[in-house]
Design a protein around this ligand. Structure first.
Ligand code: LR7
Ligand code: MN
Length: 583
C-alpha cells in the first residue's frame, strides 16, 4: 500500500520534472535564514527499498540531479532496483549460448528493463552536496564495437535518466565498425527519440583510442566525458565530476567504478579507498590507500582520491585541456595502454587525476572481448605498452622490458614494430613535463621499485672473495665496498653491469670478458635467483641463452671466470650480491 501511495505521489512530481529542466524548475519550499532556498526532493533509498525525503540547499548553488528512475514503472521486473536475477531452468541452455555474444549474461540483460533503478550507492552526505550553478556542459562519448543491444541502450538510458539535461550538450555514440546488423540502421532509428544523441559509424575498425578521438573531434561541450558501452550511471553521477573540473580545469575526474555482475546482472556497490595504480610491466590494478595515509589526512568516504593511473574507460576531462595535452597517442591500436599514457601525461605535465566518490557508475566486467582483434591480441597490447614506455618511462623503460618484454628489444623481431615516436617525444618536451622519477616519488610514493634487481659487491662463495675488474681483466679480491671496481649490478634486463660495461661470454676460447652494455644483445643476459626455476641453482648465475644450463664459475687459479656445466654442489658457482631489490 505504502509503495503504491509513494508511486502515485512520485508520478505527479515526476511528470513535471520529466518535461522540464530541474535547473529551472525546482520545488522551492521556502527560504532559509542564510538566504538559501531549500528544495524537497523525494529519493528512492535503494538499500531499504523505500522512498525517503531529502532536502538539498539551493542558493547560488544548484541542487544535485533528480533521478528519473527513482520510482520505476515496473517494480517487479527482473533485475529491478539492481537486484540479482536468475535464469529459469528451462532457459539455461539458451542463456549459455547467449553468453558468448557479450561474454556476460546477455540473456538476463535482455530481460531487464532498459531504465531500471539501481541502488543509490553514494556515501552518506553526497545527496546533500551542492554544486555550482554555472557548471560546464559535457559531451558524452561512448565508443563501441559489437556491443549487446540491450546493454548499449541501458547505458544511454541511464545517462539521460540520471543527469540534469542542461549539463548534457550531446551524447556521441561512435560505432567502431561493428559487424552486427542491429547496430546499424536500427540503432540510428532507436536513437531518434533522443535529439541529443549522435550516432557515428566508422567505416573501418580503428580501435577504442581513435574511435574516442573521432568523438572528441565533433564534441561541442566544454568537457568530454568518456564511458564504456556497458555501464549504468548512478544517481547524481555527473555533477560532481563537472564540479571538480569547474574548480580546476587541469583535473581529470573519474567516477567510482562499481560492478554490474556478469553472472546475474545485479548492481554491486564497492567500498573502500581504492585507487588505480600500475604494477610492472604496466598492468592496471586497484590498490587501497595505505591505512596510515587515511589516518594522517583524516580521509572521509566522500573525499576525492588522488589516482596515479585511471582505469581508462570512465572519466571527464576539460576539452581544451585534453587537446593541450595532445589527446591520446593516436598510434595506439585497438585496446590497451591508453589509460597509462593519459595518466602519465596528465600527472607529469601538470594535471591531476581524482576519483570522485560521490560519482558512481556501474560497469560490466567481462571475462572476454565480444569483438576480435584485427591483429594478434597479445602483440597489439604489448606494442601499445612499449610505445607508452618508450615515451614516458625514462630510465625505467628497462624495468618495463625486464618484466617479460625483453623479446621486444630483439632487433630481428621484424613483426614487432612500435612505429614512429618522434611526435610523442616532441610533445613531452613542448609541454615541459616532469620526469618519471618525479611521478613515482610524488604521485605513487607507496610503490617500491628499483632500477636494478641487485647491486653492491659480487661475492663468490667458493673463494670467499669478491669479483673485481680492472681494464677488462677479472680478479678475485678481498671484499671491500670502497673499491669501485668491485661494484656490479644485475639489471632488469639481466645484464651484469659495471658502469657501461657488461660481463660477456666473448667466445668459447677467450672465455669471459667485459663488453659495452647493449640492451638489445641477448648474449649478455644472465639468470640469477628469481629467473631460475631450479631451486638447487638458486645462488648460481646462468647464461640465459644456452639451451642447457651453463653456469658462471669462479676459477681463482686460472682464467678467474669460466663457464661450466651447472653443479648445485659446486660453491665456486655460487654468487651473492650485497643488495637484492624485489619487484
Ligand atoms: O576496438 C575496439 N573498439 C571499441 O570501440 C575495442 C573496444 N571498443 C569499445 C568497447 O565496445 C567498450 O565500450 O571500447 C570500450 C572499452 O572496451 P572494453 O569494455 O572491452 O574494455 P575493458 O572494460 O575490458 O577495459 C578497460 O581498459 C581498456 C584499455 O584500453 C579501456 O581503457 C577501457 O575503457 C577500460 N574499461 C574501464 O576502465 C572500465 C572499468 C574496467 C576496469 C578496471
Ligand atoms: Mn568495459
Amino acid at each position: 500500500e505504502t509503495e503504491k501511495a509513494g508511486l502515485e505521489e512520485w508520478n505527479k512530481m515526476n511528470s513535471s520534472v520529466r518535461a522540464t529542466d530541474p535547473h529551472t524548475e525546482a520545488n522551492d519550499t521556502g527560504t532559509q535564514s542564510d538566504g538559501k532556498t531549500s528544495i524537497g526532493i523525494k529519493v528512492w533509498n535503494g538499500t531499504k527499498n523505500e522512498f525517503v525525503n531529502i532536502t538539498a540547499t539551493r542558493g547560488v548553488h544548484k541542487v544535485l540531479a533528480i533521478d528519473m528512475t527513482i520510482s520505476p514503472r515496473d517494480l517487479k521486473a527482473i533485475g529491478q532496483f539492481g537486484r540479482r536475477s536468475v535464469v529459469p531452468k528451462e532457459h539455461e541452455k539458451l542463456a549459455k549460448e547467449k553468453w558468448s555474444e557479450g561474454h556476460f549474461n546477455v540473456y538476463l540483460s535482455n530481460m531487464i528493463p532498459l531504465d531500471r533503478a539501481i541502488p543509490d550507492s553514494r556515501p552518506e552526505g553526497c545527496s546533500n552536496q551542492v554544486v555550482h550553478n554555472n557548471l560546464p556542459t559535457t559531451s558524452i562519448i561512448m565508443c563501441f564495437v559489437d556491443e549487446v543491444w540491450s546493454t548499449l541502450l541501458r547505458s544511454v538510458h541511464s545517462i539521460f535518466n540520471r543527469s540534469p539535461a542542461h549539463l548534457i550538450k550531446e551524447v556521441i555514440l561512435v560505432d567502431d565498425f561493428s559487424t552486427k546488423e542491429y547496430l546499424k540502421e536500427n540503432l540510428d532509428k532507436y536513437m531518434t527519440q533522443f535529439p541529443k544523441v549522435h550516432v557515428i559509424h566508422l567505416q573501418e575498425r580503428h580501435g577504442l583510442i581513435r574511435a574516442r578521438l573521432v568523438g572528441a573531434t565533433i564534441a561541442t561541450g566544454d568537457v568530454l566525458t568518456f564511458l564504456d558501452s556497458h555501464v549504468e550511471c548512478n544517481v547524481g553521477w555527473l555533477e560532481p565530476l563537472l564540479e571538480i573540473i569547474h574548480s580546476k580545469r587541469t583535473k581529470v575526474a573519474c567516477p567510482v567504478i562499481e560492478v554490474i555482475s556478469d553472472e546475474d546482472m545485479s548492481y554491486v556497490g564497492v567500498t573502500g579507498f581504492l585507487r588505480g595504480v600500475f604494477t610492472w610491466p604496466m598492468n592496471f590494478e586497484w590498490k587501497a590507500i595505505p591505512d596510515e595515509i587515511i589516518k594522517k589526512y583524516n580521509l572521509k568516504e566522500m573525499d576525492p582520491i588522488r589516482c596515479p593511473i585511471m582505469a581508462g574507460g570512465l572519466f571527464s576531462i576539460d576539452k581544451k585541456y585534453f587537446y593541450e595535452l595532445g589527446t591520446y597517442d593516436a598510434g595506439l591500436e585497438v585496446w590497451g595502454g591508453e589509460n597509462m599514457e593519459l595518466s602519465f601525461k596528465v600527472w607529469m605535465c601538470g594535471g591531476e587525476i581524482e576519483i570522485i566518490p560521490c560519482s558512481r557508475v556501474g560497469h560490466i566486467f567481462r571475462d572476454g572481448n565480444p569483438y576480435t582483434f584485427p591483429k594478434n591480441r597479445i602483440k597489439t597490447v604489448e606494442r601499445n605498452l612499449a610505445r607508452v614506455a618508450e615515451v614516458w618511462l625514462d630510465e625505467y623503460v628497462d624495468v618495463f622490458y625486464g618484466h617479460g618484454y625483453h623479446h621486444l628489444l630483439n632487433t630481428n623481431n621484424i613483426e614487432f614494430n612500435i612505429g614512429d615516436l618522434r611526435k610523442q617525444k616532441e610533445l613531452r618536451k613542448k609541454l615541459q613535463c616532469k620526469s618519471f622519477k618525479w611521478y613515482l616519488e610524488n604521485v605513487y610514493p607507496d610503490f617500491q621499485t628499483s632500477l636494478v634487481r641487485t647491486d653492491g659487491l659480487l661475492f663468490n662463495v667458493g673463494t670467499r672473495k669478491c669479483l673485481a675488474v680492472e681494464n677488462g681483466t677479472f680478479s678475485f679480491e678481498v671484499c671491500d665496498i670502497k673499491q669501485k671496481n668491485q661494484h656490479f649490478s644485475h639489471s632488469w634486463l639481466r645484464l651484469i653491469k659495471q658502469m657501461d660495461m657488461c660481463i660477456a661470454l666473448l667466445d668459447v676460447k677467450q672465455g669471459l670478458g667485459m663488453k659495452p652494455c647493449d640492451k638489445r644483445n641477448n648474449n649478455l643476459r644472465w639468470f640469477h635467483r628469481s629467473f631460475i626455476d631450479e631451486p638447487t641453482l638458486k645462488d648460481h648465475i646462468l647464461w640465459e641463452i644456452s639451451q642447457f644450463p651453463l653456469c658462471l664459475e669462479g676459477n681463482p687459479f686460472g682464467k678467474i671466470l669460466i663457464i661450466n656445466t651447472c653443479d648445485p654442489a659446486n660453491t665456486l658457482q655460487k654468487w651473492k650480491f650485497t643488495n637484492y631489490y624485489e619487484d
